[in-house]
Design a protein around this ligand. Structure first.
Ligand SMILES: [Mn+2]
Length: 287
């Protein structure tokens, strides 16, 4: 049975390790595709809410599936989010085809694509557009400001501020916050000369074109595996939002070897796996 061959699949906000995660569906999706590149755009593992008493087998299977894909040649990028920001200390580390990064830039058929989780906008969605005007410094400033803001909240014994929580709690205002997030990401991307800006975080799958006097950019959001069950797919030089509940799954079968694989064996084999040379047309740049 054939798996769907795609250039890139982007998923985010799986929140593995929490009750809300639809791990069965995610495993089914990952087993149905054969991507050249898999981008995990933040909050895949929910380390923030990690509870040693709750990590069902199927959640482990998702992790195994991701590792198996990387061992079979898929380039996997684990981009850190705010629920797995503990991973940020490992940014820059590669184990074979699996790379841990805070953000990623890929060249897709001559177009620049910028991937980051999006919690950088939590600090101030109102002022984010002003930061965009700072050009390449804007994102760096926001990143630091967001960290300081969360640090001060923590000092005062408060929870970290999260836009996605605000959207969840605030029915009417959520549309406004969503569109501000989208505009902020698009503005900052246009100022920096990116053709695509790809985020997660707000659990709202989306593809939209933005134009300003400076240029244009396509905003993309991979949604989540909590409520929407969505991914972004890039194939034939086009992006589309994949919806698990509407789009057809190609027939697939569960990998037999996956069932019997030992986690430690997997980790050991990745550690010795040699990094392959980068594919043409997908050149990660340090940005
Ligand atoms: Mn998030």
């Amino acid at each position: 049975m054939k798996k769907r061959k795609i250039d890139i699949s982007v998923i985010s906000d799986a929140h593995l390790g929490t009750l809300e995660c639809h791990a069965d569906e995610l495993l089914t999706y990952l087993s149905s595709i054969s991507p050249k590149t898999l981008i995990l755009n933040g909050d895949i593992l929910d380390i923030k809410r990690f509870n040693k008493n709750y990590f069902p087998t199927v959640h482990t299977k998702v992790l195994r599936k991701i590792i198996t894909l990387s061992m079979k040649g898929t380039e996997v990028y684990y981009i850190t989010g705010n629920h797995d920001d503990l991973m940020r200390r490992f940014a820059g580390i590669s184990l074979g085809n699996l790379h841990i990064v805070n953000k990623l830039v890929l060249n897709l058929h001559g177009k620049k694509a910028w991937f980051f989780h999006g919690d950088v906008f939590d600090f101030s969605i109102k002022n984010a557009r002003w930061f965009a005007k700072l050009g390449s410094f804007g994102y760096a400033f926001l990143f630091i400001a967001n960290r300081m803001f969360n640090w001060s909240l923590k000092k005062r014994g408060k929870d970290k501020y999260s836009l996605s929580n605000k959207i969840k709690k605030n029915g009417k205002k959520s549309l406004e916050v969503t569109s501000k997030f989208e505009k902020s990401a698009a503005d900052i991307a246009i100022e920096n000369g990116y053709d695509y800006v790809v985020c997660g975080h707000i659990h709202q799958p989306k593809k939209s074109l933005h134009q300003t006097s400076k240029g244009s950019c396509t905003y993309l959001n991979s949604g989540d595996w909590v409520g929407n069950l969505t991914a972004l797919e890039y194939s034939l030089k086009r992006w589309k939002v994949y919806r698990y509940n509407h789009d057809k799954l190609s027939p697939f079968f569960m990998d037999e070897e996956l069932k019997n694989m030992n986690m430690q064996d997997l980790i050991n084999s990745i550690a010795v796996a040699k990094s392959k040379p980068k594919k043409e047309g997908e050149t990660p740049t340090d940005n």
